[in-house]
Design a protein around this ligand. Structure first.
Ligand code: FRU
Length: 535
């Protein structure tokens, strides 16, 4: 065992990581008691990247760092600092998404604790602060005023004796049902899974509008029910004046629970949504913007959903199991609580490996969900949150022009990041194709299917028009078809040197009713040198 003891005088302890090195358990000990532990692929020679532990809680103490199985000098490299080390090219790394949220360091997966309060969108997320792969689940925390520019604040929930910090949600407790209020701000409450033995549901809260958070002293608030029950999503149900929790239980079982105060829960009913597991969401939406005609959506991590009615006791499905965005790489989507304008905004984990980076995985761009009547019935639709327009820097636009065989209008455009919208009447064309920075996206007019990266989805024409929207970033291509009825969020690393776009037709000419190409700024403030529209 190697040990090092030092006086904590700076905010961070920096640790070197070597990918695929043997995993070591690091223990922090203060006054003879273990206060924190995590595992890490600790570099004993050259590091692939540096990670950091936040020492805010240990300032002024003598901290012992103990690691089993490494030579004494393996800890010599550990160093304190006031700002994390190795961040010189932060947000400019080769595969760093430029308008999607990623963590500065380490692995991320599910979005958690999405809540809006006092002008701020909170985004918590499943985070491994110490490695490129899943593990050591903490809740990372980031905030934004516009859903586009995010500030990462650091880890807010740490593993504790009840377990690792698995997924969950957040609410504003406007009526102080919890009694947590202390000051002018209503309590903001996180409801999360402690993944110990067994898995239980717990609370943490903030009395200062979301800046600082503490765990509830009487956790857990919902004991073990079955299997690895987890991922509570809580909403306030106004008609029955109670909190309602959707929870994943075991196998393909979900359930709803109710509570007057977030602290005591009773079961309402079971819910099944086909082969979905994990991360439920549960919310009400107007159909075709009509507030007098609403449906409840029960959603699972893989994009399975069911529409139905909810009376405060029972969820009554009225559709078969439907599927949204399930063919792409997104997972575990969650919607924001307490949005100021009633928009139902959703963000998801976009599964993509980013090799060689000091971070891994990304979030989708936030989307607004709606329910629309279609020939098949009522369906979920989504479109990128309108705030994306904040990043528009230059654009080109075509209206009502024929695209002939062999023509390629887009050879005037080069760049890295785009928001592209097209409405095309196929006419005599049998195939309409885009090649977006080297990635082909092909529409088969006869089969009415769209194919990209080996995935094929059915995409109907709307009144004879093909509608497609693409968001393009360094490691993602998010495709929306038929005005958001179809979504194909793809995690894919776009070739760095390939900056061109193509649009072509096969079989005959097509009429382009609208083609809008907007180049996007980086949300992190770095522009790629060669990105430009030639005239
Ligand atoms: C979904 C999930 C959740 C769990 C979390 C752990 O991706 O497996 O069920 O809470 O991730 O990181």
């Amino acid at each position: 065992m190697a040990e090092r003891t030092f006086l904590v005088e700076h905010r961070y302890l920096n640790l070197p990581v070597k990918n695929n090195a043997e995993k070591r358990v690091v223990r922090f000990v203060v006054d003879g008691a273990e206060v924190y532990r995590f595992d890490i692929e600790l570099a004993e020679g050259d590091a692939d990247f540096w990670v950091y532990a936040d020492l805010a809680l240990f300032q002024g103490t003598r901290l012992t760092v103990a690691v089993d199985g490494v030579a004494e000098n393996a800890l010599a490299a550990l160093v304190q600092s006031d700002a994390p080390l190795g961040m010189d090219d932060l947000y400019r790394e080769k595969y760093r998404p430029q308008f999607h949220f990623t963590s500065r360091r380490g692995w991320l997966n599910d979005p958690n604790g999405l809540v809006f309060y006092d002008g701020v969108y909170h985004l918590f997320y499943q985070h491994n602060p110490y490695g490129w792969s899943w593990g050591n689940m903490h809740w990372g925390h980031a905030v934004s005023r516009d859903l586009v520019h995010w500030e990462e604040l650091g880890d807010m929930l740490y593993p504790d004796p009840l377990g690792a910090m698995f997924s969950g949600s957040a609410v504003v407790d406007w009526q102080n049902t919890t009694g947590f209020q202390d000051g002018d701000d209503p309590p903001l409450v996180l409801i999360y899974t402690a993944a110990g033995e067994p898995y239980t549901q717990c609370l943490a809260y903030s009395t200062d509008g979301g800046e600082t958070w503490v765990k509830y002293a009487d956790n857990p608030v919902l004991g073990h029910i079955a299997g690895h029950n987890r991922d509570p999503k809580v909403i306030w149900h106004t008609p029955s004046r109670q909190w309602v929790m959707a929870l994943y239980l075991v196998d393909y079982d979900y359930a709803l629970f109710a509570s007057p105060d977030l602290k005591t829960w009773r079961k309402l009913c079971d819910v099944h949504i086909g082969d979905a597991t994990e991360c439920p969401d549960f919310f009400e939406l107007p159909v075709d913007d009509d507030p007098a005609n609403t449906r409840w959506v029960f959603w699972g991590a893989n994009g399975n959903y069911v529409l139905g009615h909810f009376d405060g006791e029972t969820f009554t499905p009225e559709t078969e199991v439907l599927r949204y965005a399930g063919d792409g790489n997104s997972y575990a989507a969650q919607t924001w609580s307490d949005t100021p304008d009633g928009r139902r905004l959703q963000i998801a984990w976009l599964r993509v490996n980013l090799p060689g980076m000091p971070f891994n995985q990304m979030m989708t761009f936030p989307c607004e969900l709606t329910l629309r009547t279609t020939p098949e019935g009522i369906r979920l639709c989504s479109s990128p949150a309108r705030e994306i327009a904040d990043l528009y820097c230059q654009g080109v636009h075509w209206v009502d022009e024929m695209l002939e065989l062999g023509e390629d209008w887009l050879n005037v455009v080069t760049g890295e990041r785009f928001d592209i919208y097209a409405e095309i009447a196929p006419g005599a064309a049998t195939e309409i194709g885009f090649v977006l920075r080297g990635i082909p996206v092909t529409y088969d007019v006869t089969a009415t299917t769209l194919t990209c990266e080996g995935r094929t989805v059915s995409l109907p024409l709307l009144n004879g028009i093909l509608s497609l929207r693409f968001l393009i970033d360094r490691a993602s291509l998010e495709i929306f078809g038929a005005n958001g009825l179809v979504a194909l969020p793809m995690g894919v690393i776009l070739p760095e040197v390939e900056r061109t776009l193509r649009l072509y037709v096969e079989g005959g000419p097509a009429k382009v009713a609208t083609l809008d190409i907007q180049e996007l700024d980086s949300a992190w403030g770095c522009h790629s040198a060669d990105s430009a529209f030639a005239s």
